[in-house]
Design a protein around this ligand. Structure first.
Ligand code: FES
Length: 114
């Protein structure tokens, strides 16, 4: 029997780690919910997987988010940034430079001190 589900073309991991000072306290869950809402509103919620994740080591720059397969790491992500991230990164494949820490594809250098 052939699988009937299409694979996700993009995986977005949003840090919601609840530790003190972590992304959970900095709004990670709100970012995750807003991301899911935006993807659903644009009709691509079934093509892009949104998951919670634990700390990725950028705690004081949170909320942090990682996009694969690009390996793009975003920091200081706020719910208000989500429409831009979806429009630019998810739909057009262009990382949002102002929030980007590192991209495996572009070898983008760190815009914030880590
Ligand atoms: S708690 Fe989110 S990166 Fe550490």
């Amino acid at each position: 029997m052939k699988p009937t589900m299409k694979p996700y073309y993009l995986h977005l991991f949003v840090c919601t780690d609840p530790k003190p000072g972590g992304c959970g306290e900095r709004g990670g869950e709100e970012v995750r919910k807003r991301l899911k809402e935006e993807l659903d509103a644009r009709g691509i919620g079934m093509e892009v997987r949104v998951s919670r994740c634990g700390s990725i080591g950028l705690c004081k720059f949170g909320p942090a988010m990682v996009a694969y397969p690009e390996g793009a790491w975003y920091v200081h992500v706020q719910p208000g940034d989500i429409p831009e991230i979806v429009e630019q990164h998810v739909i057009h494949g262009r990382p949002v430079e102002r929030l980007l820490v590192h991209s495996l594809q572009t070898s983008h250098k760190l815009p914030v001190e880590v």
